[in-house]
Design a protein around this ligand. Structure first.
Ligand SMILES: [Zn+2]
Length: 309
């Protein structure tokens, strides 16, 4: 089986606890990933909302050094990709570095180029809180929109080839970015709001914009984003309702995986990377074609990153 996952928080968790990429107690570890024919993981540096400005830079640097040290230490087992062509040539395990939270820019436009040069392929504009670029999903009502800095940062990300990730964005910021973005954008780890009514999930209107632009939407396994009632009992069948809904909206070439591994509580059947085979089998049993399931698991994200990274 091939898989390509758009978002996990593993690196930040390992850095915080001084653990390594071989810790079997985490959702993701090298041993668990090595069972796949091919596996590409976007490893995010998660920026908590408590860090802004210089504090955010230092936090980013600390996590970045940890990521590089882990990739160096285990370079015989996992490769890294920073450009699309490295992805098509790659085999086995591949890591892509991403950032969750535009606070990593600390409000400085030239940091976009700098972070891209450090290997950051994709960045969410916000986490839940508002930052220097835009309002996050944690705000009131439709939330805050793009700031003046944000109106410069989005075109600069596109110019530098850093993929714009709109998971965690406020509804108002989404509209404002959709109005100025030239390239396709991604929601690395968001589900369907009509299927589970939380602000972190996408409205049908928003999803239609990812489809129209040829972007990507990664399915999130966090129980609270899968099912509103009794989320602790969420199952693969509940996640499949989101998939069916997205497919009915024309999402065949847009859907991908965005687990949120090591960042959230998951259903028992999905709470470790090797268990995504359960989702693969469930989709086949639900009469999705093998070609479609392969696209959702790997093909769509591989095509997008090969083209846009
Ligand atoms: Zn997240």
């Amino acid at each position: 089986m091939k898989a390509f996952d758009l978002h996990c928080d593993t690196i930040t968790v390992l850095c915080r606890h001084g653990e390594e990429l071989v810790n079997g107690a985490r959702h993701i570890s090298l041993d668990k990933m090595e069972g796949f024919e091919r596996y590409v993981q976007c490893f995010a540096i998660f920026m908590p909302d408590e860090y802004r400005g210089e504090g955010a830079k230092e936090y980013f640097d600390r996590n970045y050094r940890y990521y590089r040290a882990q990739m160096e230490k285990f370079s015989g087992r996992i490769g890294t990709a920073e450009r699309g062509e490295q992805l098509t040539r790659g085999s086995g395990l591949t890591s892509i570095l991403t950032v969750e939270g535009g606070s990593a820019l600390a409000g400085e436009l030239d940091r976009i180029k700098k972070l891209k040069e450090l290997g950051v392929a994709m960045m969410t504009i916000t986490w839940n809180g508002d930052n220097e670029i835009a309002g996050g999903a944690g705000g009131e009502g439709e939330g805050t929109g793009l700031t003046d800095f944000g109106r410069l940062a989005i075109p600069e990300m596109e110019k530098q080839g850093m993929i714009v990730d709109l998971s965690h964005i406020s509804d108002r910021s989404f509209e404002e970015i959709d109005a100025i973005a030239q390239k396709p954008f991604v929601a690395s780890h968001s589900n369907s709001r009509p299927m589970c009514g939380v602000k972190r999930n996408l409205t049908d209107r928003q999803f239609a914009r990812y489809v129209a632009r040829g972007g990507l939407v990664g399915l999130n396994y966090y129980t609270q984003f899968i099912r509103e009632r009794d989320p602790e009992n969420a199952t693969v069948a509940d996640l499949y309702r989101h998939i069916e809904h997205f497919l009915a909206l024309g999402g065949e070439k847009v859907l991908a995986l965005g687990s949120d591994f090591d960042g959230a509580d998951m259903p028992e059947a999905l709470n470790s990377v090797e268990k995504i085979a359960n989702l693969y089998e469930y989709m086949l049993k639900s009469n999705l074609s093998e070609e479609l399931v392969r696209d959702i698991f790997y093909g769509n994200a591989c095509r997008f990153f090969s083209q846009h990274m």
